[in-house]
Design a protein around this ligand. Structure first.
Ligand SMILES: [Zn+2]
Length: 465
């Protein structure tokens, strides 16, 4: 994401072009003779089938969700954790009488639910029977969503509703165990494996409903439309609803860029965001591998006080006449979306790489800023700190290190390796982790493999551990 204060200093660099091959080793699970030491991330290959119906203005959504999944670990899978991130906001009461959580799940089938934990954001479901390696199962439940009355990616903006980080998602179990991190109230704490979604949204005709994926619309009950959205190889599903104005531009590279904006958003800002959205999605496709989803929605408003937020195939943008964070958020389609990472453990891998990519597109002289580093607060600071570290009163350090500092580090790496070598390295790195999950260790290996220089001093300088 970006905060308002981040727009100008967003940094970033590299270049090249190629077609990439889907499916990383992580997404495919272990090879038959893979060593047993590292447990594959499981459950994987999730497939979500969701039907939700809204009220008159998109504030409430109710329906049923089924998710099927595979056990990619050698050990039987006994339970799944479903994350209800819409309940994770620190301002929301969890279990407070008279103040229900914004996302409620009930009538669970396919397993036995436990009480909610992690501030009502984690639901463990014990499977009916242990799921063997390679087998698939599914769980189903009713979902009821109430969009909170605040300006937020899960919130309201005048007559518009944003439903981001809300659809219940399967959590990951891997060599680190269960991932039950909390939402710390800023940045992203999310970690999911890429999967497929089919989400039917039944809403009044009067509402435009941009969403992740390719949308087909048909008439529903009188006065209503059913928008069915299909997305493959994505980590999340988001939508918005409201009386948006719309326009679609097809990029020279063949990507449909759908603009949605509120009536009070400046026409100049919309035009600028559309232009940079079209330009950057093609440019990043050349650099990191072609954008695989065919279309992207830019949801723009002058009322998005949280700046911007990335989701697969849809970004939310605070849009002013002369700026938006569109390039940074489009870069996230690759860095977090296509090349996944544990956003709680390694925020620099998504925010830093998106900032660096945006810098390469937008240009600008960052040498003075970068020379002012380090951005560390103290000896415990490091590029590779988690959201848990920053949650302890270090939010502004998170911004300085994980965004700008990481972009400076990647620019410095580019100087060290050479621009062409860096471009080739990043393209290969993206291909190797396409729709999979990458770690800091993976990136360090990729960078070191691209040069005969010993990068140890570089990693130490930037505290990339
Ligand atoms: Zn970001």
């Amino acid at each position: 994401m970006t905060s308002i204060t981040l727009w100008r200093p967003l940094l970033g660099a590299l270049a090249a072009a190629a077609l990439l091959v889907p499916q990383s080793a992580a997404a495919q699970g272990p090879a038959p003779d893979a060593p047993a030491q590292a447990q594959a991330a499981t459950p994987d290959r999730p497939s979500y089938d969701v039907r939700l119906r809204s009220d008159a203005d998109g504030t409430t959504w109710t329906g049923r969700q089924t998710v099927s999944f595979r056990n990619s670990a050698r050990t039987p899978l006994r339970f799944v954790d479903v994350r209800l991130w819409g309940n994770g906001h620190p301002d929301d009461g969890c279990g407070t009488p008279g103040k229900p959580s914004p996302v409620r799940v009930s009538k669970v089938a396919g397993g036995t639910p436990h009480p909610l934990t992690v501030r009502c954001s984690a639901l463990r479901i014990d499977l009916k029977k242990p799921l063997p390696y390679g087998a698939r199962a599914n769980v189903s439940f009713d979902v009821a969503i109430t969009v909170p009355d605040r300006v937020h990616r899960f919130g309201r903006d005048g007559a518009h509703r944003y439903v981001g980080n809300v659809l219940p998602l399967l959590s990951v179990q891997d060599a680190k165990g269960r991932h039950l991190d909390p939402d710390v109230g800023f940045g992203e704490s999310y970690f999911t494996l890429a999967g497929d979604f089919r989400v039917a949204l039944d809403h009044p005709d009067s509402l435009k409903v941009p969403a992740t994926g390719t949308t087909t619309r048909r008439a529903g009950a009188p006065g209503r439309t059913v928008s069915t959205n299909v997305a493959r190889g994505v980590r999340d599903f988001v939508w918005a609803a409201g009386p948006f104005r719309t326009r679609t531009v097809t990029s020279p590279g063949g990507i449909k860029v759908h603009g949605y904006w509120t009536a009070t958003t400046s026409a100049e800002g919309v035009a600028l965001a559309m232009k940079d959205g079209v330009g950057s999605i093609d440019e990043f496709g050349k650099r990191f591998g072609r954008y695989p989803y065919g279309e992207i929605d830019l949801v723009m408003s002058d009322g998005i006080t949280f700046g911007g937020m990335e989701f697969p195939g849809l970004v939310m943008l605070a849009t002013a006449p002369d700026m938006s964070a569109v390039v940074h958020e489009v870069a996230h389609q690759w860095w977090y979306g296509i090349v996944g990472n544990d956003q709680f453990a390694d925020p620099w891998l998504d925010e830093g790489f998106a900032s660096y990519a945006a810098h390469t597109y937008e240009g600008g002289d960052t040498s003075e800023f970068c020379a002012e580093g380090p951005w560390w607060w103290d000896d415990t600071s490091a590029m590779t700190r988690s959201m848990g570290f920053y949650a302890d009163g270090r939010r502004s350090e998170y911004v300085g290190v994980a965004y700008s500092g990481a972009s400076c580090a990647l620019q410095d790496l580019e100087s060290t390796l050479g621009s062409q070598q860096t471009a080739a390295m990043l393209k290969k790195y993206a291909r190797d982790h396409w729709l999979g999950v990458s770690t800091t260790a993976d990136f360090k290996r990729a960078a070191q493999a691209a040069t005969t220089k010993d990068l140890t001093p570089f990693w130490e300088k930037y505290r990339i551990h």
